[in-house]
Design a protein around this ligand. Structure first.
Ligand code: NAD
Length: 437
């Protein structure tokens, strides 16, 4: 596919001073330093290593040696007290019914999926839920496929099915699909009878590295993305990496945009690993993919454990998303994939960070290079104007008291800030550099 080219020349003024390994959470009125944890500072309650797992900062070589493509699941815990849950990662996990069945509450299950994923994996999931367990009955609702259906009308189809089938509070909802299905099923589970259990079975890279973890659920509004939703955690996340065999290349690349994000905001070692292994990821090397998924989930789980409801640190996971959401809404939901919009948005956020003098030019170049290597766009579509960006960004969830806060890189690779305290001129310059009008 062709992406519109931008005539962007990075502004060069590397003024950042060597910063500590901290995420600076800033706003006009407050300035808080939130330490980003590096080993050996990871508290034992954030990542437990009592099962098959590795410390988040173990060397990539060491982790690759574990043959993460094997059928023994790697487990990453999301530590949220009595709402903690495991993320199972591995190949062939849908052939291991006990993994799912231990998290089903009650005797009735509703699988929420879509017209693309159902023919591929619905039978397998029904078997995984029922094999050796005849007391459980499974029904499904198959939604139309696509971001443009991530709305109230489609959500109602889940409620219609649940109410017509007289599901009760002991029902378990299972999300089978990518991020769109996960977000909608999770929101339906949060709202139906004021909350039923749910399980995530993500089948895209995007969902396996990001959207299925952390409990953000919701739908879009024509005026903005993900504006209606709830924080609602699943009972477990089951990542069967075999499901990626059927994923189109463009969707694979879209998910990689979020993998790159983790490296940029908090895990420089992971970013360096990605620079060396991008070809293996795009070629779907099983071990490379499993390692990227595991390391991404560890990063996300750690952030979510520290800041579940996004009072500060969790917002840093939205690098590039404010620009990206404007592209998705302005260009039309589904025209560009979420990860494609995030990639273009990341380039814009990085450009702005550089204009502010907060990062070295070499980081700007590395971001361009890695996103190009991943076949992702490095600028917004030509139809996006400065005014469109401004109007969509004004309704972003990170606007507080009329102030648009952004995630920007600051300091050496792997450091970022979430701040409303930046020179507006830099934002304007970035928008004009990437838009024709
Ligand atoms: P998606 O759900 O639309 O899936 C992409 C496409 O791949 C769809 O056509 C889908 O049917 C198809 N598909 C899914 N699994 C497949 C498989 N195994 N084989 C073949 N085809 C398959 O898009 P996505 O990129 O997975 O997710 C994007 C959504 O996730 C956006 O709505 C975004 O807002 C949301 N998101 C949410 C969070 C969160 O924290 N909740 C984080 C990131 C993204």
């Amino acid at each position: 596919m062709a992406y519109c080219a931008t005539s962007h020349t990075p502004h060069i003024s590397p003024k950042w001073s060597s910063s500590p390994r901290n995420a600076l959470i800033q706003s006009r009125n407050r300035f808080t330093v939130v330490p980003i944890r590096f080993p050996p500072n990871i508290p034992p309650n954030v990542l437990k290593f009592d099962r098959i797992r590795s410390p988040i900062r173990a060397s990539s070589a060491q982790l690759m040696e574990q043959n993460l493509g094997s059928r023994v699941p790697t487990i990453v815990d999301v530590d949220l007290g009595n709402r903690s849950y495991p993320i199972y990662i591995g190949s062939g996990l849908l052939d291991q019914p006990h993994l799912l069945q231990r998290h089903v509450h009650g005797k009735r299950v509703l699988v929420v999926t879509n017209t693309t994923v159902a023919p591929l994996y619905l039978d397998k999931v029904v078997s995984a839920l029922t094999d050796g367990n005849s007391s459980v009955s499974v029904e499904s609702v198959i939604l139309p496929d696509g971001e443009k259906y991530k709305n109230m009308e489609t959500l109602m189809k889940v409620f219609d099915k649940a109410i017509e089938s007289r599901f009760d509070r002991r029902t378990t909802f299972v999300a089978l699909g990518g991020g769109v299905i996960g977000d909608m099923c999770g929101f339906a589970a949060a709202a139906f009878l004021r909350g039923v259990n749910f399980i995530q079975i993500p089948t895209t890279v995007m969902a396996q590295v990001d959207s299925s973890v952390g409990g953000k659920t919701g739908i879009n509004h024509p005026l903005g993305k993900n504006l209606i939703g709830a924080f609602y955690q699943p009972q477990c996340v089951l990542v069967d990496t075999d499901t990626l065999h059927t994923l189109p290349d463009r969707e694979l690349a879209s998910g990689i945009a979020e993998v790159v994000k983790y490296g940029l905001i908090r895990d420089a070692e992971f970013f360096e690993w990605q620079e060396k292994n991008m070809n293996a990821l795009l070629a779907r090397d099983a071990n490379a993919l499993a390692y990227a998924i595991k390391r991404s989930c560890e990063n996300k789980a750690e952030v979510v454990s520290l800041d579940e409801k996004e009072s500060g640190l969790r917002a840093t996971l939205n690098l590039g998303h404010t620009f990206g959401h404007a592209i998705e809404a302005g260009f039309g939901y589904g025209q560009w994939l979420h990860g494609e919009a995030v990639a273009a948005g990341t380039v814009m956020a990085v450009d702005m960070s550089h204009r502010l003098g907060w990062i070295d030019e070499s980081i700007v170049k590395r971001v361009y290079d890695i996103l190009l290597a991943a076949n992702l766009p490095i600028g917004p579509p030509e139809c996006m104007t400065v005014e469109m960006f401004k109007s969509y960004m004004a309704v972003d969830k990170k606007v507080a008291d009329g102030l648009l806060r952004l995630i920007l890189l600051k300091g050496p690779l792997g450091n970022c800030v979430f701040t409303g305290d930046y020179d507006r001129k830099a934002l304007d310059e970035t928008l004009h550099a990437f838009c024709k009008s």
